[in-house]
Design a protein around this ligand. Structure first.
Ligand SMILES: *[C@@H]1O[C@H](CO)[C@@H](O)[C@H](O)[C@H]1NC(C)=O
Ligand SMILES: *[C@@H]1O[C@H](CO)[C@@H](O)[C@H](O)[C@H]1NC(C)=O
Ligand SMILES: *[C@@H]1O[C@H](CO)[C@@H](O)[C@H](O)[C@H]1NC(C)=O
Ligand SMILES: *[C@@H]1O[C@H](CO)[C@@H](O)[C@H](O)[C@H]1NC(C)=O
Ligand SMILES: *[C@@H]1O[C@H](CO)[C@@H](O)[C@H](O)[C@H]1NC(C)=O
Ligand SMILES: *[C@@H]1O[C@H](CO)[C@@H](O)[C@H](O)[C@H]1NC(C)=O
Ligand SMILES: *[C@@H]1O[C@H](CO)[C@@H](O)[C@H](O)[C@H]1NC(C)=O
Ligand SMILES: *[C@@H]1O[C@H](CO)[C@@H](O)[C@H](O)[C@H]1NC(C)=O
Ligand SMILES: *[C@@H]1O[C@H](CO)[C@@H](O)[C@H](O)[C@H]1NC(C)=O
Length: 253
């Protein structure tokens, strides 16, 4: 930012400044490798675990198990470490995988908070962290992941409220936050998710009224809300949703 500011005033230095601010932002394949190694270091791995053996620098990281790189660039596009019996935390360096499109860590024993840096993964389309022990608040900046299509945090210990910035997730089709500790009311902004087909926020600690804006989601096919302390508008919402042809509804009786 400072450099950019200077650039606006330093005409003679324009090109130099441009190069300098670019260099600060640029990540490359060696950044990807160090991000993966930072993740490896934050796991409690047994020496005989497949990752301990396979993720070694004798092999290009694009050939590491669970890692898929792009065809033209040696940058990580998919990281799939699901069902691997992993325990540990997500290091902030994972946010340096700037070409990442799909991240699957489901069914492991990850714990701790999601680092803010993950919100830098602006190309992310699929994020599945379900069946882990993650805790802490769902980051308010989640709306920055504006390419997200499928998002599952199911079966964790996420707390805090549903951030209104989710309204920014304009291509989101699946939101599954079942079985967490999410509190407060459902923000009316949820009605702006116009591509949403599946909305599961059952078995949390939600309270307040179901916002009528939910019936604005014309693409909605499944809505699951039981196991909360939601109140009011049940029948009204149900009638509206029926008119919108929502096929499956749970927790609205
Ligand atoms: C990759 O980026 C790092 C840190 O920004 C830099 O030190 C390194 O020289 C770069 N490598 C290549 C091959 O560009
Ligand atoms: C690592 O896994 C990849 C993909 O499964 C495999 O091709 C490779 O042979 C493995 N390498 C080692 C050293 O285990
Ligand atoms: C992730 O990897 C596992 C094991 O290799 C595989 O069974 C699963 O289909 C993959 N998931 C996705 C979404 O690619
Ligand atoms: C979860 O991962 C474990 C390996 O850690 C595997 O044995 C189990 O089948 C997986 N569960 C599901 C539902 O895929
Ligand atoms: C990677 O990310 C961390 C934390 O977000 C940052 O401090 C570091 O400078 C980044 N490394 C590179 C090589 O870009
Ligand atoms: C959530 O936290 C409780 C209490 O610490 C614990 O018993 C439970 O196993 C945790 N759930 C998950 C999915 O990690
Ligand atoms: C919404 O997404 C855009 C990118 O599409 C991003 O620039 C902006 O910061 C996001 N806003 C919020 C509130 O997350
Ligand atoms: C996330 O992973 C679980 C398995 O742990 C699977 O049942 C679910 O369909 C996945 N959800 C998404 C949105 O990919
Ligand atoms: C969304 O829903 C609210 C409440 O039902 C309604 O007042 C509003 O007009 C709707 N907006 C659109 C764009 O349909």
């Amino acid at each position: 930012m400072e450099k950019l500011f200077l650039c606006l005033f330093g005409f003679m230095l324009t090109q130099h400044c441009f190069m300098a601010s670019l260099a600060m932002r640029i990540t490359n394949s060696s950044t990807d490798e160090s991000a993966l190694l930072a993740l490896k270091a934050s796991l409690n791995l047994n020496p005989d675990h497949v990752l301990s053996i396979n993720w070694s620098s004798s092999l290009s990281f694009c050939n590491w198990i669970g890692v898929t790189c792009g065809i033209h660039q040696r940058r990580v596009r998919v990281l799939n470490l699901s069902d691997m019996g992993l325990s540990g935390t997500i290091p902030p360096q994972l946010g340096n995988l700037s070409f990442l499109v799909e991240l699957y860590l489901h069914n492991n024993s990850f714990h701790g908070h999601l680092p803010w840096d993950l919100l830098r993964l602006h190309r992310l389309k699929r994020l599945n962290l379900s069946y882990n022990g993650f805790s802490g608040e769902i980051p308010n900046g989640i709306g920055r992941l504006s390419m997200l299509q499928h998002l599952s945090f199911r079966n964790n210990n996420f707390s805090g409220s549903i951030p209104p910035s989710i309204s920014n997730l304009s291509v989101l089709q699946t939101l599954d936050w079942n079985f967490n500790l999410i509190t407060r009311s459902i923000p009316p902004e949820i009605g702006q998710l116009r591509r949403l087909k599946i909305l599961r926020i059952a078995h949390n600690k939600l309270s307040g009224a179901i916002p009528p804006t939910i019936s604005n989601i014309s693409s909605l096919e499944l809505l699951s809300l039981p196991g909360n302390s939601l109140s009011g508008m049940y029948l009204q919402t149900k009638d509206m949703l029926k008119k919108k042809k929502v096929k499956q509804m749970y927790g609205l009786l």
